[in-house]
Design a protein around this ligand. Structure first.
Ligand SMILES: *Cc1c(COP(=O)(O)O)cnc(C)c1O
Length: 413
């Protein structure tokens, strides 16, 4: 079992901490870019392959700009995320708007940005038309395959999921849109979250490809694009393996050739991954502040659930590295905990680690997606800063830490 690596030495991180006190998240630009290029290469066979980065995973315009340099667009689901696109200078069809239970003002915003609008329900055709006064030039529908698709651990079975249109509704939706004069169509689904099994995605692609072929045959619509969604997982645990993107790309290509290209259909292929794009390349850097010996051994750090919810919320595993002790024997068993008045505020439970001393720098891995973004202010805890470790080795503050003034800014008394 190989130890997970961090992209800085103890000396380097100490220098960074002198300027930016812990806790903070730091993102590794070089690794993000290399990984982005790998994904593009794996799908280079697909006409106009496009990744729309799921903004909710790491909603920071500096990161969106880094990804934009690689040609990535943005997958948005809220007003805030659409506004972040403006800050990152991501416009038009580089934005995919996949929302649900959408308020009219969000549709209006997405429409005004010329974003690709992905409808979550049949009734939203009318709602969108009424909200915007007209329908956009290109329209996409989110498919919920229901019983056709088995479940995934985080997202649940599609039949229980609130998202998307049924199979019958999909056909009806394209028919209606065709009658209304729409010329450009897309199809989308998103049925996985943190899934490590390549074949799960291939199976999803087959479901969409087959439906696209049927829609071409029955309705005479040649889909412009198929968005296979996101949900590619990452190996949070050292013994897990990352998804082989090359294998995924190749297996999807085989099905594309077989089901679509053989019939002369050549839709563009889109993805909207978040986690796999930035997740492994973010680190929550904290300092050990307390040690406590009661029925168990506790290490209290200066970060808490305000900075990273996943362990407390889902019992998710995040690997922990103690800086300078990477090779030390893991002969202690700790709960590494934050300061919230919630007993689930634990970054690690019964974790074998080297002896931790007060002042040690404790790094929590894989916080580059759904990390800072999920933070909340319970107990009045403040969300941390975000730093970007640039390709050239410099460190840039891309979000300052919250202050109590920020926290109290909405109060009226
Ligand atoms: C959350 C979400 C994504 C991204 O999921 P990841 O697991 O981060 O890849 C993509 N599309 C939609 C519609 C989502 O809700």
């Amino acid at each position: 079992m190989s130890e997970k690596k961090v992209p800085f030495t103890k000396d380097q991180i100490e220098k960074i901490i002198e300027k930016f006190p812990t806790p903070f998240h730091i993102y590794d630009e070089k690794a993000i870019l290399e990984n982005a290029r790998r994904l593009k290469k794996a799908f280079a066979w697909a006409p106009k392959f496009q990744e729309y980065f799921a903004v909710k995973a790491l909603p920071n315009p500096s990161i969106m700009k880094v990804l934009k340099k690689e040609g990535f667009g943005a997958d948005c689901s809220s007003m805030a995320e659409l506004l972040l696109c403006e800050m990152a200078d991501i416009t038009g069809e580089q934005i995919m708007f996949t929302s649900n239970e959408t308020p009219a003002y969000e549709y209006q915003k997405a429409f005004s940005q010329n974003a690709i609008i992905n409808l979550d329900d049949f009734t939203h055709i009318q709602y969108l038309e009424e909200s915007c006064g007209t329908l956009p030039e290109v329209i996409c529908f989110r498919y919920n395959p229901g019983p056709l698709k088995g479940g995934n651990e985080i997202i649940g079975t599609p039949q229980e999921a609130k998202y998307g249109l049924t199979r019958e509704q999909m056909f009806e939706a394209y028919r209606v849109m065709k009658e209304k004069g729409c010329k450009r169509f897309g199809m989308h689904t998103m049925v996985a979250s943190n899934e490590l099994n390549v074949d799960y995605f291939v199976e999803t692609a087959v479901i969409l490809f087959e439906m696209a072929a049927e829609i071409a045959e029955q309705i005479g619509i040649d889909l412009e694009f198929i968005n296979l969604g996101g949900g590619i997982g990452i190996p949070y645990k050292p013994e897990q393996h990352e998804v082989n993107l090359e294998e995924l790309g190749e297996k999807v290509r085989v099905q594309y050739e077989k089901i679509l290209a053989s019939k002369g259909l050549k839709p563009y292929i889109y993805l909207e991954c978040g986690r796999v794009i930035t997740g492994p390349y973010g680190y929550l850097v904290t300092t050990a502040v307390h040690e406590k010996h009661i029925y168990k051994e506790y290490i209290g750090v200066d970060a808490c659930m305000a900075n990273l919810m996943r362990p407390g919320m889902y019992g998710a595993y995040h690997h922990v590295t103690v800086m300078g002790k990477e090779n030390a024997e893991k002969d202690h068993v700790y709960d590494v905990v934050g300061s919230l008045c919630e007993n689930c505020d634990k970054f690690a439970v019964d974790r074998k680690l080297p002896k931790i001393d007060k002042g040690d720098i404790v790094v929590i891995h894989d916080t580059g997606a759904h990390g800072h973004a999920m933070g909340f202010n319970y107990n009045g805890k403040l969300r941390s800063a975000e730093l970007l470790l640039k390709e050239d080795g410099n460190v840039e503050l891309i979000r300052r830490a919250e202050t109590h003034d920020d926290l109290f800014a909405t109060l009226k008394f």
